[in-house]
Design a protein around this ligand. Structure first.
Ligand SMILES: *Cc1c(COP(=O)(O)O)cnc(C)c1O
Length: 416
């Protein structure tokens, strides 16, 4: 609990200093607030238990729906009026229209239009041709090992191998898009980007694969690009190792725009699942408790690799330069990490992830059922408005009443 870290060169522990100097301390999602009390700052929680709170993150519905997705905004407003813009819980009223076939058709028509706009933008800016009837399967966030973009790549290679093995078997077409920046000095993050583009080069140019599977690296991910991506997403990838993502806010942006989520019980995914019901989200993988348990008993990735021939094949392809024939050894660090220092337990969650992705494919074959789940997602996103978050900070921490002054929506619109 010392404010001074007693290493050879002494350092101030800024987190400890912050706790001692603050009257309130909070995590940014319910699960995160529990973890800081039980694990990260356990001793401080015993000392100052009344200081610990939770404030689940949120996003602004003006930028992340009204401004970036005018088509969906209009369809929603036609049904329930415009009060949702400043009171996002009003979106619950959309559940009254869950059997209204015209409404469901309109929601999915807007989604398809948004997919075509996103495809046209990527054609123009990255010269990529995209099959708009494929699942737009998207993971956009900073590149970091804990966020497990690598697990997503393992699934891409799995799908590629499956088509190659049995080219005539029916399959649901996917366009997997991954975007995000790597910190300049973060070698593994840079190498993960290299692997995404290397796998893309093999997959996208294989005539046997055709337009059934495409891999796109979304360059220069930033808010203005996110505003174009969220409206056109079918599937949101939120696949961090349980216990590592404090909240996430990208997860909320996708939900608000009617994408379905495949994710772990981590960060705000836990509360999204509670709000919409587990039947409307694709949850896979170990829980925080299971991760803890496995760490305690001793995790060995080989236990999982030996049980799973598909995973074994993928790792062999990484080892034998299948995706980098002209630069042998390029992905050695990735192979070694997965097989010997698998800190984020990708091998342990691989099988569960693959099986869950198969359920995504099954549902996508039934557009009417998919549409209903998309609407349940939108209807359950009220909690994730930053208006709710900020009002809680105001009342429960700052001791002030939120102003009911009505502010205009942000003036700028995404440029064409
Ligand atoms: C929302 C957002 C993030 C946060 O995404 P997570 O998936 O929650 O990590 C990061 N970068 C940009 C540009 C965003 O818009």
């Amino acid at each position: 609990m010392s404010l001074v870290e007693e290493t050879d060169e002494k350092k101030i522990n800024m987190a400890h200093l912050s706790i001692v100097g603050s009257h309130a301390i909070n995590g940014v999602a319910a699960i995160h607030s529990e973890i800081i009390k039980n694990t990260t700052f356990r001793d401080f929680f015993e000392m100052y238990s009344d200081r610990f709170q939770n404030k689940t993150n949120g996003i602004t519905p003006r930028r992340w729906l009204l401004l970036c997705n005018p088509g969906l905004s209009d369809v929603i407003t036609d049904k329930i009026g415009e009060d949702w813009v400043t009171d996002l819980y009003k979106l619950k009223e959309l559940k009254n229209f869950i059997t209204d076939e015209n409404f469901l058709r309109d929601v999915m028509k807007v989604k398809h239009e948004n997919k075509m706009k996103l495809a046209a933008y990527l054609q123009k800016t990255q010269n990529i041709k995209i099959n708009c009837s494929s699942i737009f399967d998207i993971q956009v966030k900073r590149i970091h090992e804990y966020k497990r973009q690598l697990l997503n790549i393992l699934h891409i290679i799995y799908m590629y191998n499956k088509i190659k093995k049995n080219p005539n078997a029916p399959c649901v077409a996917r366009t997997v898009m991954i975007g995000g920046k790597a910190a300049p000095g973060y070698h593994m993050a840079k190498l993960i980007i290299k692997l995404i583009t290397a796998v893309g080069n093999i997959v996208n140019n294989d005539p046997i694969i055709g337009d059934r599977l495409k891999v796109v690296f979304l360059e220069n991910y930033r808010v203005s690009l996110a505003e174009r991506i969220m409206p056109g997403a079918d599937l949101s990838e939120q696949i961090s190792t349980a216990g590592t993502e404090a909240s996430g806010t990208g997860n909320m942006k996708f939900q608000l725009n009617g994408a379905l989520t495949i994710g772990t019980l981590d960060g705000a995914n836990v509360e999204m699942c509670e709000e919409m019901g587990p039947e409307n989200i694709f949850i896979f993988g170990m829980t925080v408790e299971e991760v803890e348990e496995l760490k305690k008993k001793g995790y060995n990735p080989h236990t999982y690799i030996e049980k799973c021939p598909d995973l074994k094949q993928i790792l062999e392809q990484l080892r034998n330069n299948y995706f980098c024939p002209h630069e042998p050894g390029l992905f050695n660090d990735i192979y070694n990490t997965l097989t010997h220092h698998d800190t984020y337990m990708l091998c342990a969650d691989f099988d569960s992830y693959i099986k869950c992705q198969a359920k995504v494919d099954e549902l996508f074959k039934n557009p009417a059922e998919w549409a209903k789940k998309a609407v349940y997602n939108i209807a359950a996103s009220g909690k994730f408005s930053s208006d709710r978050t900020i009002a809680q900070y105001a009342r429960e921490i700052w001791g002030v009443e939120p102003s009911d002054l009505k502010l205009p929506p942000p003036a700028e619109a995404p440029s064409e």
